[in-house]
Design a protein around this ligand. Structure first.
Ligand code: SAH
Length: 402
C-alpha cells in the first residue's frame, strides 16, 4: 500500500478540497509509488484525506483523484469522470465546432486537457477529432483508460496527442505527439465557431490547434465590429480578425510573428468568402509594429490584444507586467475617442487584480480616461474549480476610452 502522510496541519488545503499536495507538506511516504501510481493521502493523525496520483519528480508531489474514501481509482473511475465532463459540455455548449471537453482539475482529472473539433460539413458524416494534452504523471499512467473513456463517451474514434509542452519536464516526462486512436488527422479540420469557419491544424498548430478558450470573446468582438476599423494584435490564425469581419468590420489589420499562422488566417478569409481587401496581415513583431502604427498616425475603433503567456512563472511577473503595460499603453493611444479595447492575459502568475492595475497604469500613461465595460474570461467549457483559484489563467477586460 502506498501511503503519503502529511506534516501536522498540512491537511487544511485538502480539507477545503484543493487538489494538490506540495512536496514540502509531506512528512513521509510508505511503499514505493512509481510515477503516476495511486497513493492514499493521510493527515498527520492518520485520517484519510484523498486518493491521489504520485509525481515523484514534481514539486506538486500528488494530485487528488478523489476525496471519497470509498472510491477506488480504476478504469470505471475514469469512465465516470470522462463521461461527466462530456455530458456537461453537451448540456452547456452547443452549436460550436470547437469545444474543450476536459479541463484538468475542474473536471476532476488533474493534468489533462482535451479539445474536440468537428468538421463543418452538412450531414451525419462530419469528421470529429479529439486532441489531448497530458501534463502530469497520473494522467500519463492512465492515458489508455482516458482515451478509451473518451471514444466511448463521445462516439468519436479519432484521438491525437499534443503533449509537446515543456511543463512535462517537471514531471520527468518527455514531450510527445502522435496518434492515440482512430485515423491520422487531416492536414486541417475546418471547424465552425459562431458562424465563422476556421482551419485547425491539430498536428502543427499551437496547443491543440486552436485557442478554444476565446470563443465567447470572439463572439463579443463580432457583435461590436459593425463598420469599425479593427486592429487585432497577436492574431494567430485570425480568430478575432475573422470574427470582426463576420461582424461587418470596415477594415481589419492583424499582426502576428508566425508566418504559418498568418497563412492559415488568409485561408480562413477565403473559407468564409470574405472580401480579402478588407484585411491586412502583418508578419511582424507586435511591440514594434504597434509603435510604428501609432507614429504613422493610424487610428482604430476597436483593438484586440491577446498576447502569449508573458509570465511563465512567478519569477517573471515583473518583466511580464512591463510587457503588458507596453502593449496596452500603445493600444490605448491607437484608439479613437469612444473606441474599444479587448485586452487579455493568459499568464496564470498574473491575477485579475494585478492585470487590471497594469491596464489602468497603461491608460494613465497614455493620458486617456478608460472605463471597464466588462470583465472577460474563458467560456463555460473552461470551468474554474471553486477550491482551486490557480486554475484561472485567462482574464480579460473590455474597456472604452472616452
Ligand atoms: N487571439 C488568438 C490567439 C493568440 S495566441 C486567437 O483567438 O486564436 C498568441 C499569438 O502571439 C501567437 O500566434 C504567436 O505567434 C504570437 N506572438 C508571440 N509573440 C509575438 C510577437 N512578439 N509579435 C507578434 N506576435 C507574437
Amino acid at each position: 500500500m502506498n501511503i503519503v502522510t502529511l506534516k501536522p496541519s498540512k491537511e487544511k488545503s485538502l480539507l477545503r478540497r484543493h487538489p494538490w499536495v506540495y512536496a514540502n507538506a509531506i512528512e513521509r511516504v510508505e511503499g514505493k509509488p512509481a510515477p503516476g501510481a495511486t497513493v492514499i493521502v493521510r493527515a498527520h493523525d492518520g485520517r484519510f484525506l484523498a486518493r491521489a496520483a504520485y509525481s515523484p519528480h514534481s514539486q506538486i508531489r500528488a494530485r487528488v483523484w478523489s476525496f471519497d474514501e470509498n472510491e477506488p481509482i480504476d478504469h470505471a473511475f475514469f469512465k465516470r469522470r470522462v463521461q461527466r465532463a462530456v455530458a456537461h459540455r453537451q448540456a452547456m455548449v452547443n452549436g460550436t465546432g470547437a469545444v474543450r471537453l476536459i479541463f484538468g482539475e475542474a473536471d476532476g482529472l488533474p493534468g489533462v486537457i482535451v479539445d474536440y473539433y468537428k468538421e463543418d460539413v452538412a450531414g451525419e458524416n462530419a469528421r470529429g477529432q479529439l486532441v489531448c494534452q497530458f501534463m502530469a504523471a497520473g494522467v500519463e499512467a492512465w492515458k489508455e483508460a482516458i482515451v478509451a473513456a473518451l471514444t466511448a463517451a463521445t462516439g468519436c474514434p479519432n484521438v491525437y496527442e499534443r503533449s509537446d509542452v515543456s511543463i512535462r519536464e517537471k514531471e520527468g516526462l518527455e514531450q510527445i505527439t502522435g496518434l492515440l486512436a482512430g485515423d491520422e488527422p487531416p492536414e486541417t479540420i475546418v471547424a465552425n465557431e459562431n458562424g465563422v469557419r476556421y482551419h485547425v491544424d491539430v498536428r502543427n498548430g499551437h496547443k491543440t490547434g486552436f485557442y478554444v478558450d476565446q470563443r465567447d470573446n470572439r463572439a463579443l468582438v463580432q457583435t461590436f465590429a459593425q463598420d469599425r476599423e479593427v486592429l487585432n494584435c497577436f492574431c494567430y490564425t485570425g480568430g478575432f480578425s475573422l470574427a470582426a469581419m463576420k461582424g461587418g468590420a470596415k477594415r481589419v489589420v492583424s499582426i502576428d510573428s508566425s508566418g504559418d499562422a498568418l497563412a492559415t488566417a488568409q485561408k480562413n478569409v477565403q473559407a468564409n468568402g470574405f472580401d480579402a481587401d478588407r484585411a491586412t496581415w502583418l508578419d511582424a513583431d507586435a511591440f514594434k509594429t504597434l509603435r510604428r502604427l501609432h507614429e504613422e498616425g493610424e487610428r482604430f475603433d476597436l483593438v484586440v490584444l491577446d498576447p502569449p503567456k508573458f509570465a511563465a512563472s512567478r519569477e517573471h511577473v515583473d518583466r511580464a507586467a512591463r510587457a503588458y503595460k507596453d502593449i496596452n499603453l500603445t493600444g490605448f493611444k491607437l484608439l479613437r475617442p469612444g473606441g474599444l479595447l479587448f485586452t487579455y492575459s493568459c499568464s496564470g502568475a498574473i491575477d485579475a487584480e494585478l492585470f487590471q492595475k497594469i491596464v489602468a497604469g497603461a491608460a494613465a500613461d497614455a493620458k486617456v480616461d478608460a472605463r471597464i465595460l466588462k470583465r472577460l474570461g474563458a467560456g463555460v467549457d473552461h470551468p474554474l474549480l471553486a477550491a482551486f483559484p490557480e486554475g484561472e489563467y485567462l482574464k480579460g477586460l473590455l474597456l472604452q476610452v472616452l
